[in-house]
Ligand binder design. Structure first.
Ligand SMILES: C[S@@+](CC[C@H](N)C(=O)[O-])C[C@H]1O[C@@H](n2cnc3c(N)ncnc32)[C@H](O)[C@@H]1O
Length: 235
């Protein structure tokens, strides 16, 4: 039994790799994780692959922040569901937004699959690359250091520590934490460039260079904030 875990990119179907496209054409079974938000991964695949003769199995992941232990039973049941289908189809593809190695729910279930299933990960274009290119911004050059941070898990002390130690901060899932991020960066001693990017690479993409100007209706789960220290010699 084999499961391909495909990073399908950040939204633009043209950013789906040739390798993922080839695998999606070959398999008859596709697992599609959902969490109550728009299913962008499946909408990317639908635009590139004819799903008419394929079985698409939805895999539900609760999006709330919960301790790992309390979700373990759910992850085991997802792994069992995947194994049951793979026993019939022998191979399948599990699609995931962006890149599978990067904040993907797949890794919650991986430990319960890997003893029975051969798993192959196929890289994808991550939202971080898509957001930086959309701005456009160099995330790092020469000696610059980047920190990629889950905004929904940070405390005020964290902001201070990371802003002192890194040149570029990338905040994932920042949409509920914009007030804290705005407050903290406004107290920082050095000049900063700040960007909020919603739905990079999709037609609904929006870019703001001032967090206080982000309208309420642009606060979106599919967004990233980038904070970069301004260098005096930068053009
Ligand atoms: C569960 S993580 C998945 C990350 C994904 N594996 C990747 O490589 O980009 C979901 C977060 O990714 C970011 N994200 C995903 N797609 C995005 C897009 N097209 N534009 C902006 N942010 C995006 C948002 O911060 C969102 O809350």
């Amino acid at each position: 039994m084999k499961l391909f875990v495909l990073g399908v990119g950040p939204g633009d179907p043209e950013l789906l790799t040739l390798k993922s496209k080839k695998i999606l054409e070959e398999v008859s079974l596709i697992f599609s994780p959902t969490g109550g938000k728009d299913n962008i991964a499946l909408s990317i695949v639908e635009k590139v692959i004819n799903l008419k003769n394929k079985k698409v199995v939805s895999i539900y992941f609760p999006m709330k922040k919960t301790r790992k232990e309390s979700l373990e039973a759910h992850w085991i049941s997802i792994a069992e569901k995947i194994i049951k289908e793979l026993k019939i189809f022998k191979k399948g593809a599990y699609i995931t937004l962006g890149d599978p190695s990067f904040y993907s729910t797949f890794f919650y279930i991986y430990p319960y699959l890997r003893l029975e299933v051969e798993v192959e990960l196929v890289p994808g274009v991550s939202s971080v690359s898509a957001v930086a290119c959309a701005i456009p911004l160099s995330l790092s050059i020469a000696d610059e250091k980047i920190a990629i941070l889950p905004a929904n898990y940070l405390t005020e002390k964290d902001y201070q520590k990371y802003l002192f130690n890194f040149d570029t901060l990338v905040f994932m899932k920042p949409y509920k934490n914009l007030p804290e991020i705005t407050k903290f960066i406004s107290n920082f001693f050095s000049d900063l460039k700040v960007y909020y990017v919603k739905r990079a690479s999709l037609p609904e993409e929006e870019i703001y260079e001032n967090l206080s100007q982000v309208p309420e209706n642009s606060l979106d789960y599919f967004s990233v904030v980038i904070v970069k220290k301004e260098k005096k010699n930068e053009t």
